[in-house]
Design a protein around this ligand. Structure first.
Ligand code: GTP
Length: 597
């Protein structure tokens, strides 16, 4: 009965309480006993829990008996909560009829609230605004109501107030979902059209496709076709998302559920793709599909060379569940064998790095992240380069282009000057602003993506004392003037420290890399020269002076266990060092080059 289904998402800025609200709803719908109820049920990965950021979405079907006496199936389609994943968010929203727009009563509307609202509007969703955290002493529900009404143009009489933390107002939200969100449309008798919005990997069952059935139905034994590739698979099981997967006979138009069809890799079930039946295909795929491509690239090297095999296995394992992660073999004279990896953004990169180090216990060195540049050579061939090692011979480059984004930054008015300066420093163009609310500015600016992937977000947070919020979309490629900046330690190029930079930044970048390395490289028995160069021209230089006396000498002798402990400790320290030429460079030195002050 489609009338008794409601499909919705919760959209919010990070930390406004999405997971907490979702958990409250689950609790109210009696899916779990109190004993089973763990905080933040929906976020399962450790890192998600620790950072409080939803990376992978999890969806749940809640049976809800409304005040009209009917039982409804409320499908909460969870969305990832970060700008790097906005395409996934848009595919999840396309699978819903409505959305709860959650706004923190103390923080008010943020850049991501706006960005997500636009995504919801593009998908013609009915939006119910929800003001959360009304229990906070600093809550200002009236001010936020005004923002929602005046600036977002949403209806004030739809606004729900709640505290996801103590449960106030959550029952009313469930009721509002039933009353105000439309039931799904679609025809059960039409040929199958199902939209994939997520895929996860189960080691026993293979890829679990999360999908919304738009038209038709699908059941065990059907031969399905994934329309973007034409690949065909036999359905092993279909079912609903409860706390665990719950098999059912069939999924029909309007429903949200999962399909198991022996698909080996999540990469074969692409978000936005349409599933149909081989024997009775639909005429056209659903609109809005596109391939998600990595935009940030970095090479990963194990610190201990014998961790290489483990790194291969770990990356393969991560990729099972993270189709957006791409990697291929790479090698460095300084660091040995590693992998060139592609990520959706910097946060994605950090999450992968942390998982490798924490879950797989592999210490890594990352190279400076890079975007993908386009070079047109003098013979008119075009090449894409995301690795400084592949920088073409400068005399053969006819044209260089780099990717640009449109950044949207929401700040209190008083930070306007500082933010404007930051954007100018990063080669911003076409700046613009308007006042979505009195005292707050939405500042838009076109920026080279390469300038943003370093520390832009951290800098923005610090110059706005945490008040600035940021969102972006990719625009296009524009003409640029790039050089390859090399770092030399004792006269030897450390290839893993090379970066592609805009000519105007080269000196400043080179100097800061030299300064950072000087801080990080421990003094050794001889003087170490650190230089930055473009081609054969040295543009910056520092020295690490030699040790004056042997401080380790007095540690030896004495009790044997103490000695052993010391050796162990040294060995652990060594693991985090990499020898380049005759110089030992610690892992932290490689990382420090990524940060600028
Ligand atoms: P992402 O997963 O990053 O999207 O964050 P989220 O929006 O899911 O936020 P989450 O539910 O993790 O909540 C963020 C923080 O706000 C947590 O520390 C919660 O305990 C707290 N929080 C959530 N709801 C409320 C509320 O109603 N009142 C108060 N005081 N705190 C809340």
């Amino acid at each position: 009965m489609m009338n008794h289904i409601r499909n919705f998402s919760i959209i919010a800025h990070i930390d406004h309480g999405k997971s907490t609200l979702a958990d409250r709803m689950i609790q109210l719908c009696d899916l779990v006993t109190a004993r089973e109820f763990k905080d933040q049920l929906l976020d399962t990965m450790d890192i998600e829990r620790e950072r409080g950021i939803t990376i992978k979405s999890q969806t749940i079907c809640l049976p809800y008996t409304a005040r009209d006496g009917n039982t409804y199936a409320l499908n909460l389609v969870d969305t990832p909560g970060h700008v790097d994943f906005s395409y996934e968010v848009s595919r999840a929203l396309a699978s819903c009829e409505g959305a709860l727009l959650l706004v923190d009563a103390a923080q008010g509307v943020e850049a991501q609230t706006l960005a997500n609202l636009y995504l919801a509007m593009e998908n013609d969703l009915v939006v119910i605004p929800v003001i959360n955290k009304i229990d906070l002493p600093s809550a200002e529900p009236e001010r936020v109501t005004f923002q929602i009404e005046e600036d977002l143009g949403l209806e004030a009489d739809l606004i729900q107030m709640c505290s996801a933390k103590n449960g106030t107002g959550v029952a009313e939200i469930l009721e509002a979902i039933v009353t105000h969100l439309p039931p799904p449309k679609g025809s059960i008798d039409a040929p199958l059209q199902a939209r994939i919005f997520d895929a996860t990997y189960d080691s026993y069952r293979g890829t679990v496709i999360s999908c919304r059935i738009i038209n038709g139905s699908v059941k065990q034994g059907d031969q399905i076709v994934l329309m973007s590739t034409g690949a065909s698979h036999r359905v092993e099981e279909v079912g609903l998302f409860r706390l665990r997967k719950e098999p059912c006979k069939q999924l029909s138009a309007g429903e949200v559920g999962y399909i198991l069809a022996g698909i080996k890799s999540v990469g074969d079930a692409k978000p936005g793709d349409t599933i149909t039946l081989r024997d009775r295909p639909c005429a056209v795929p659903l609109a809005g599909f596109r391939e998600v491509l990595p935009v940030v690239f970095s090479s990963l090297y194990p610190i201990a060379a014998d961790d290489y095999e483990d790194l291969v296995a770990a990356l393969e394992k991560l990729q099972l569940n993270d189709a957006a992660l791409s990697f291929q073999k790479d090698s460095s004279a300084a660091l040995g064998f590693g992998f060139r990896c592609g990520f959706l953004g910097l946060l994605h990169l950090e999450v992968v790095q942390e998982r490798l180090e924490r879950e797989f216990d592999i210490s890594l060195i990352l190279t400076v992240p890079s975007v993908r540049y386009r070079f047109t050579l003098t013979d008119q061939t075009e090449i894409m380069v995301d690795n400084p090692a592949h920088f073409p011979d400068p005399s053969k480059i006819a044209r260089t282009e780099e990717p640009y984004i449109k950044a949207s930054i929401l700040i209190p008015e008083r930070y306007m000057g500082a933010v404007m300066n930051l954007c100018m420093e990063r080669r911003g163009e076409n700046t613009n602003y308007h006042y979505p609310t009195p005292g707050r500015i939405e500042f838009t600016c076109e920026l080279p993506l390469g300038e943003v992937i370093y520390d832009f977000y951290d800098r923005l947070k610090s110059i706005t004392q945490g008040y600035g919020s940021f969102d972006y979309e990719l625009l296009d490629y524009r003409s640029s003037d790039l050089v390859k900046l090399d770092i030399l330690v004792n006269g030897e190029v450390v290839d893993a420290l090379s970066q592609l930079v805009h000519r105007s930044n080269a000196r400043e970048r080179g100097l800061s890399a030299c300064e950072q390395l000087k801080e990080e490289i421990p003094r050794q028995m001889f003087k170490i020269a650190i230089q930055a160069a473009i081609g054969t021209t040295i543009i910056a230089r520092t020295n690490v002076s030699a040790l004056r006396k042997d401080v380790t000498a007095k540690c030896y002798g004495g009790d044997i266990t103490r000695k052993r402990k010391l050796l162990e400790k040294q060995k652990a320290g060594k693991k985090r060092m990499k020898t380049v030429g005759n110089v030992e460079i610690p892992q932290s030195a490689f990382l420090s080059v990524l940060k600028r002050d």
